[in-house]
Write a protein of this length. Structure first.
Length: 202
């Protein structure tokens, strides 16, 4: 639940979702197409309203309408916008839990009949947050150098590599900030490192 951006986002974080997704994959297969699933985590951009509210962060007043806010998680306790809540900074053990949750989601995806998985590492969501020196201010093994900031996503792929043969990763080569904000790293270097480190399409 906490990985979703809005209350209306689809998910595969529960085994109860699998039978319903299987209806979709069976329909896709019957029409000679390939069913694919994108797995992502919103991180600090969690608990927002729908698109037509410009993803306005939820408040306690939304809870009265059945859309209660929840605390997002992130590599560092830094808000993604001024009116957002401060996210919970993941501990090392919690990072391992998130990585395992990704693996479990991949297992459910396979069980539901999907034949390709895309790991979402773009648009300012959790993987992107770990990669970005603007969102990731950690001083442990998951922050600082580019190699350390890549550790999170590489461990996700390591957990999934024995499960899924058709994995693909989507990295948005942009820091998702105004051009007036200096970005200390060339994203082309990040993509080059991924191509060398991952046995998947980038």
């Amino acid at each position: 639940m906490r990985a979703r951006k809005t209350h209306g986002c689809a998910g595969i974080y529960n085994g109860k979702h699998v039978p319903m997704y299987r209806r979709i994959t069976e329909f896709i297969n019957k029409n000679n197409s390939l069913p694919a699933m994108q797995i992502g985590h919103s991180g600090r951009k969690a608990a927002c309203g729908p698109p037509w509210t410009n993803f306005k962060p939820l408040t306690e007043s939304d809870a009265q309408d059945g859309r209660a806010p929840w605390q997002g998680v992130a590599p560092s306790a830094i808000k993604h916008r001024e009116d957002a809540a401060v996210p919970h900074e993941l501990s090392t053990s919690e990072i391992k839990e998130v990585i395992n949750a990704w693996r479990e989601a991949a297992l459910r995806t396979l069980d539901a009949g999907f034949e390709m998985v895309e790991i979402h590492g773009a648009h300012g969501y959790l993987i992107h947050q770990f990669l970005s020196p603007l969102a990731n201010r950690r001083t442990d093994a998951y922050g600082g150098s580019l190699a350390n900031r890549m550790r999170f996503v590489l461990e996700i792929f390591k957990g999934d590599e024995l499960l899924v043969s058709g994995e693909m990763m989507y990295v948005h080569a942009d820091s998702r900030v105004r051009k007036s904000v200096p970005v200390p790293e060339d994203w082309r270097n990040v993509l080059i490192r991924f191509e060398k480190a991952l046995p998947v399409s980038v």
